[in-house]
Design a protein around this ligand. Structure first.
Ligand SMILES: Cc1cc2nc3c(=O)[nH]c(=O)nc-3n(C[C@H](O)[C@H](O)[C@H](O)COP(=O)(O)OP(=O)(O)OC[C@H]3O[C@@H](n4cnc5c(N)ncnc54)[C@H](O)[C@@H]3O)c2cc1C
Length: 455
């Protein structure tokens, strides 16, 4: 006999656990199935361990730069065992919190791998479950590159953040968000780092000005940045991996492949259930996250759009509300805030200047450095940049791009303004507190509107 639920959620990452809580709030008898650890990859292996280690690198940088503020300190020593201990304790605090939320909301959690059985139900081991609503939230897995596979001395990003100590020589292949974060953390924590990017610039999906500023910051941290060539050869001997990149040889004790992920659907039984994939191999969904099979929704890294935790959570809410018969709106995927927590911090939303031009807008750009406002100098980051991309016709905000301290926090102002139908002329006239870095956003909006005050 199958156990009956109102809602079954497969996967307990930021997509799955949020979906489950929303279901319970709506009065649905809900179960979450998790094959590994509660909290999913985000909390256990990806976002959270990454940010915990980056935080250590940031503290170290501040201590090293303390002399600029009149504080004399001797060269700090890093206790890598303690760094790993703190990282693990951050993870367990947050996963414990999710566990508590499951209990508080009366959500059953089943440990095991779910397999769809094709009749509106699924199996976990010998246990059969059915529900009118199934939300798939199984996330994504690492992918190798052509000619460069995982193996001894060659790992993925999750393994990179699980290290107990930085390797002496580290090569990071792929300078997107994950690769940039790994390079920036470990370079400051003591590794000699080479960051390899096949495209012609680091963070290639960011606005070109931001890539340039971030690239300068990486070089300042001592990272050897190689752009414009893919890895064309790999040899391993005696614990050392040698990569060929253009006419260069890069020797590394550890290589991290940080170049793409694919949906985690192996063994999930999508074919048995009859769920269709899109042309990129992701689960095909509509604006309410419905799959091709009635009664099954899919969210997060399994479906189109940026692979980000907050996107997964929002999609979970949309899916469950839709399943409960509520009216929902498709998420504006382009306007989801994106953040890279390397140093310098990078964040963005919407279109880059090049994309806006290509889309045929009457593009206007407002650009300022953090140094244009008092806070940039007070807090020691004058070279940070804010760039607003707008459409002149109606003053619409098309995109925002920030490279500098607190960028991931700052971008939200632009995202909110756009969501509330504000344009750059409105941001230019909203009173901002002083001295704050957010004043740089106001000045960039004024620059776009043609009346920059400080600059
Ligand atoms: C190194 C790294 C750093 C990142 N940093 C950030 C960041 O700072 N900010 C950000 O927004 N995003 C970040 N991301 C992306 C983010 O981790 C993902 O977008 C997010 O985890 C997706 O959430 P999800 O709920 O779809 O799946 P996941 O978090 O991947 O969780 C899916 C869960 O489903 C489980 N599962 C899989 N198959 C089954 C099955 N058959 N039965 C039962 N359970 C199953 C898995 O064990 C897993 O626990 C990062 C990613 C990586 C790799």
């Amino acid at each position: 006999m199958a156990d009956e639920f109102d809602l079954i959620v497969v996967g307990s990452g930021p997509g799955g656990y949020v979906a489950a809580i929303r279901g319970a709030q709506l009065g649905l008898k809900t179960v979450v199935i998790e094959r590994d650890h509660i909290g999913g990859r985000c909390l256990n292996k990806a976002c959270i361990p990454a940010k915990a280690v980056l935080r250590v690198a940031d503290v170290l940088t501040e201590v090293r730069e303390a002399g600029d503020y009149g504080i004399e300190v001797s060269e700090p020593k890093v206790d890598h065992a303690k760094v790993a201990e703190r990282r693990d304790s951050v993870i367990s605090t947050l996963t414990g919190g999710v566990d508590g939320l499951m209990k508080k909301n009366g959500i059953e959690v089943i440990e095991g791998a779910a397999v769809l059985t094709g009749n509106g139900g699924l199996k976990v081991g010998d246990r059969e479950l059915t529900a009118k609503r199934i939300v798939l939230a199984t996330g994504s897995v690492r992918k190798p590159l052509p000619g460069l596979d995982f193996g001894e001395g060659i790992v993925g990003t999750e393994e990179a953040w699980a290290l107990d100590a930085p390797p002496a020589r580290l090569a990071v292949v792929g300078a997107g968000a994950s690769g940039a974060e790994i390079a920036s953390a470990y370079a400051r924590l003591g590794s000699t780092v080479t960051l390899i990017e096949a495209m012609d610039r680091v963070l290639p999906s960011e606005d070109a000005d931001v890539s340039k500023a971030a690239g300068r910051g990486f070089k300042k941290q001592g990272i050897d940045v190689l752009t414009g060539n893919p890895v064309s050869g790999v040899e391993s001997a005696g614990g050392l991996t040698t990569l060929t990149v253009g006419d260069k040889k890069v020797e590394a004790d550890l290589v991290v492949i940080a170049a793409g992920r694919g949906p985690d659907v192996e063994g999930l039984g999508l074919d048995v259930a009859g769920i269709k994939l899109d042309d990129r191999g992701l689960i095909d969904v509509d604006g309410a996250q419905r799959t091709s099979v009635e009664g099954i929704w899919a969210i997060g890294d399994l479906v189109r759009g940026p692979a980000l935790a907050h996107k997964a959570s929002d999609e979970g809410i949309v899916a469950v509300e839709d399943s409960a018969g509520m009216a929902t709106h498709p998420i504006a995927l382009t306007d989801i805030p994106r953040a890279t927590f390397c140093t310098p911090n990078v964040s963005s939303f919407g279109l880059t200047e090049a994309q806006a031009k290509e889309a045929g807008y009457d593009v206007v750009v407002g650009k300022v450095q953090y140094g244009a406002v008092g806070a940039g100098t007070v807090y020691g980051d004058r070279t940070g940049i804010v760039k607003i991309v707008g459409d002149r016709k109606y003053g619409e905000l098309l995109g925002g791009h920030i490279c500098g301290a607190k960028a991931p926090e700052l971008i939200q102002e632009l995202v909110n303004a756009k969501a509330l139908e504000g344009g750059y002329p409105e941001i230019a006239r909203i009173v901002h507190g002083h001295p704050t870095l957010s004043e740089a956003l106001m000045e960039a909006a004024r620059a776009a509107d043609g009346w920059l005050i400080h600059g």
